[in-house]
Ligand binder design. Structure first.
Ligand code: NAP
Length: 283
């Protein structure tokens, strides 16, 4: 029977620590860390994410600005709003909720955010820093995964870590963080041949695929640690991860549930990045 890696509890512990750090930062500098989130359009899932980010900020004692823009907002209008936030000394972190509407070029938006305020760590400067292992901001979801592993004392060095997924937001930075911790890393994707043969050799398997219950018992090694990044809303309204939790449960040593695993960690890491930005920008 597997040990359940409780991301909700790890997240709560982290938030308590961030709350204390925010309070002592405010006491020392008189500055309140502030996150500005921009959302364009009415996507319901994005609205929930933005609401949770706003709530998270307030809970740890930070300021939160939510800028809600109509779907018709032009690229130029959005760029000029980001410009204003870049030069506002009271804003320390800026995040544009993705995806943006199709008429807006996502790359241009990401590139416009000042790297020092890019708390999502999506700007090419920050991506490059992650690549060379000299970073200020950790990519939020992969950082959440690393935090859970470290909280439970799961050693990474020397292990074979297999990441399924190579997105810029999850798979690639996840692989990089594990490499920096001296793992041997394999990255799999939709063109990978004999996927199960590779995943079965993983000591630590990270699934970031975006397909409900994709990883099954025949794809995991006995005693592996399985981290499920997936969040998939199924037709019946239930949330499923990328791993078939019930199927693999008896075979693996430890596993993150969905919900309550990696999900709660992502916003927590964003809050930590916002405090880091405020610390760096306040001299
Ligand atoms: P994404 O951009 O769609 O990337 C999915 C990756 O999975 C791609 O690299 C794709 O390969 C690969 N893939 C798809 N089908 C595959 C197959 N049959 N075999 C092997 N690989 C396959 O998704 P993402 O943004 O990385 O997100 C992944 C999952 O994590 C989603 O469920 C998302 O909702 C969830 N997520 C959770 C959090 C959180 O806070 N917990 C944060 C972000 C994302 P190709 O590159 O070849 O297409």
């Amino acid at each position: 029977m597997a040990k359940i890696l409780d991301g909700k509890a790890v997240s709560l512990a982290n938030r308590e620590e961030i709350k204390r750090d925010v309070a002592s930062f405010i006491e020392k500098t008189g500055v309140t860390p502030c996150l500005a989130v921009v959302i364009v359009g009415e996507d319901p899932a994005s609205k929930v994410y933005v609401r949770n980010k706003h709530k998270g900020c307030l809970e740890v004692g930070m300021r939160s600005i939510v800028c809600e823009l109509p779907y018709e907002t032009t690229e130029d209008e959005l760029l000029s709003i980001i410009d204003g936030m870049n030069s506002d000394p009271e804003v320390h972190g800026i995040l544009v909720q993705l995806p943006v509407p199709k008429h807006i070029d996502e790359k241009k938006i990401i590139n416009k955010i000042l790297p020092e305020k890019d708390v999502d760590a999506f700007h090419p400067v920050n991506v490059g820093k992650i690549m060379i292992g000299d970073f200020d901001f950790l990519p939020c979801t992969p950082a959440g995964v690393m935090n859970i592993l470290s909280h439970y004392g799961i050693e990474i060095e020397g292990k074979h870590c297999v990441v399924i997924g190579r997105s810029n937001t999850v798979g690639k930075p996840q692989a990089m963080l594990m490499l920096h911790k001296n793992a041997t890393v394999s990255v799999c994707h939709s063109r990978t041949r004999n996927l199960a043969e590779i995943t079965k050799t993983a000591d630590i398997l990270v699934a970031a695929v975006g397909r409900a219950d994709f990883v099954t018992k025949d794809m995991v090694k006995e005693g592996a640690v399985v981290i499920d990044v997936g969040i998939n809303r199924c037709a019946d309204g239930t949330l499923h991860g990328d791993v078939d939790f019930k199927d693999v449960f008896d075979k693996v040593e430890a596993i993150t549930p969905v919900p309550g695993g990696v999900g709660p960690m992502t916003i927590t890491m964003l809050l930590r990045n916002t405090l880091t930005a405020a610390e760096k920008l306040t001299k």
